[in-house]
Design a protein around this ligand. Structure first.
Ligand code: ATP
Ligand code: MG
Ligand code: MG
Length: 548
């Protein structure tokens, strides 16, 4: 329930509606289509959409596509899919590039008002003459160009008469402002690059700090929510709205971006992981992308609850990734069937069970949710158990199988180990047990107790399956968003094992989710699963030391 949580931006909205400052709230989610969305974006998505929903306002999806060299329609499509999958539908779908003509006309207005000028300095020269926190900047030698000359040069920039970097349009504000963002920021640059939306129509492109407030104002956005890095840009945001004489008066509010331990989050770094083939793709289940989390087996509900619970704050924090895991466990707990899967199989022959015989056993689907009913599983002379549920020479307090010991097979019988077989290399390849028919699960047998319960599958009809087990991508908890994150890559972030699942799972479909007894929650991988063999991604193990 989104209304349950309160936060400072919501309080501002309530105040603005009450005072009549706005009649309706309009928010937007403004991704740049230069990569796939990540879990950090989901925070901004939930915040914008849920705020508008709660107060019966509107939310636009606006692509801030002002950097043609990095943007692509592939990303546009992926972003739309991810926003919808998270459970949100936008009111308007817009592109900043749809407003290029209007933005250009507003720039002409700025020039005419003496508030913008064409500069010939290079990007490097501009950077060097902008000064520092303790030193004012220096005026460009071109700062006093006449309105006529600026209009003519800007027109020629648009017509493509200059090469990339030869000229820029700058705002004329104050080169000694204590806020460096106000020291004549660049508004337009030349880039002879084909744009995913406007093709070759333009060779000058507006800068983010100019395009973003105009986009907000054109759409009638009332509350423009962004992350804290933009706090110092707010005076420029307001300057653009005012000097461009926009009718609507959007206001910018900042909150702290979401950071997570043991991962990287910036698209630049995520792209590097893909380009350097450290992961398979943007939707690799190890990635903190929405598409990676979806493939791993996360649900929209879990991500939304996580986004909500981590709150909206103004101070930097880094959230433990185990908190995200907590929310997916909570969401799947009552929803998904609990079954048995053997990840690293070891064959067990039940020597006193008749050859060729099979019996059906009834098992609950989810003991915590009896409404899910029961399922049938089969039992016969040969079964698979987990390799580490047997030890030839067990340590103290090992209660699973070893020669002479008896355990309970979940939903079946007690079995006792009598013997085992080794291959030429000395590996145990098969163990021999006897079962006790009196101990059948559900029979009410109380004759004796055993300390260990292990899971198993019937070898006669078990479905071969691949399991993919994931560990964090980044070893150092905090190292995620520093430039040397590549030095902290976990070399063992993926383990692939071949085992078996219950026959009842033979028709499992991509994205179906199960709990495998003792192993955790798994999702049928939509990309790697074939008709011959399902691939199960582990979403999360069953237990965590972490509590929220
Ligand atoms: P990145 O640095 O990962 O590329 P970005 O901010 O450049 O992120 P955009 O596509 O511009 O990515 O982001 C769209 C919206 O999502 C912005 O409003 C941005 O503030 C927000 N956003 C991005 N990352 C986070 C995060 N980690 N936590 C919360 N909001 C975020
Ligand atoms: Mg951005
Ligand atoms: Mg970015």
């Amino acid at each position: 329930n989104p209304s349950a949580s309160s936060h400072f931006i919501k309080n501002i909205v309530i105040e603005d509606l009450k005072s009549g400052k706005v009649d309706e709230i309009v928010t937007r989610f403004p991704p740049e289509p230069n990569g796939y969305l990540h879990i950090g974006h989901s925070k901004s998505i939930c915040l914008n959409f849920e705020l508008a929903d709660e107060f019966k306002g509107r939310t636009n999806l606006r692509f801030d596509d002002t950097n043609p060299s990095k943007e692509d329609t592939e990303f546009v499509e992926a972003i739309k899919e991810d926003v919808r999958w998270l459970g949100f539908e936008w009111d308007g779908l817009f592109f900043a590039s749809d407003y290029f003509e209007e933005m250009y006309q507003r720039a002409i207005l700025l020039i005419k008002k003496g508030k913008a000028y064409v500069d010939d300095l290079t990007a490097e020269e501009i950077r060097l003459t902008r000064g520092t926190l303790t030193q004012p900047g220096e005026n460009s030698p071109h700062r006093e160009r006449s309105v006529e000359e600026n209009l003519e040069l800007f027109d020629r920039m648009r017509k493509g008469e200059f090469k990339d970097g030869e000229k820029v349009l700058r705002a004329k504000i104050d080169m000694s402002s204590p806020n460096i963002n106000l020291r004549d920021p660049v508004l337009y640059r030349i880039s002879h690059t084909t744009h995913h939306n406007t093709g070759d129509q333009w060779c000058i492109y507006p800068m983010y700090d100019y395009a973003h407030p105009l986009g907000d104002a054109i759409e009638g956005v009332t509350h423009s929510i962004c992350t804290l890095e933009f706090e110092d840009h707010r005076p420029l945001y307001d300057w653009v709205i005012q000097e461009c004489e926009m009718e609507a008066q959007p206001k910018q509010y900042e909150f702290a971006r979401l950071n997570l331990t043991n991962t990287v989050m910036s698209k630049r770094f995520l792209k590097q992981l893909v380009d350097e083939k450290i992961v398979d793709a943007w939707d690799d289940p190890r990635m903190p992308t929405i598409s990676g989390l979806r493939r791993k087996g996360f649900t929209p509900e879990a991500i939304r609850n996580f986004a909500r619970e981590t709150g909206v704050a103004r101070s930097y924090s880094i959230v433990d990734e185990r908190m995200l895991e907590h929310f997916i466990r909570e969401d799947l707990k009552l929803k998904v069937p609990r079954t048995m899967g053997v990840l690293r199989p070891l064959k067990v022959v039940i020597t006193n069970y008749p050859e060729g015989q099979t019996e059906e056993l009834e098992a609950e689907i989810n003991p915590e949710n009896p409404e899910m009913g029961s399922r049938q599983i089969t039992f016969s002379r040969e079964i698979y158990i987990e390799r580490d549920d047997f030890m030839e020479n067990p340590p103290n307090k090992y209660f699973r199988l070893f020669p002479g010991n008896e355990v309970r097979l979940k939903n079946a019988y007690f079995i006792k180990c009598n013997d085992f077989v080794k291959d030429a290399d000395g590996n145990v390849v098969e163990i021999h047990c006897t079962y006790d028919p009196e101990t059948k699960s559900g029979s009410g047998f109380t004759g004796r107790k055993v300390k260990g319960t292990i899971h198993w599958v019937d070898a006669s009809n078990a479905v071969p399956a691949e399991f993919r087990l994931y560990e964090p991508l980044i070893l150092d908890e905090q190292r995620g968003d520093s430039d040397n994150f590549l030095e902290h890559i976990n070399p063992n972030s993926l383990e692939i094992v071949q085992g078996f699942v219950e026959p009842g799972l033979k028709d499992a479909q991509p994205q179906d989710k199960f709990q495998f007894f003792r192993h955790g929650y798994f999702n049928v991988d939509p990309k790697l699963t074939t008709a011959e063999k399902p691939v199960y991604n582990r979403v999360v193990s069953l237990k965590s030391s972490f509590e929220v």
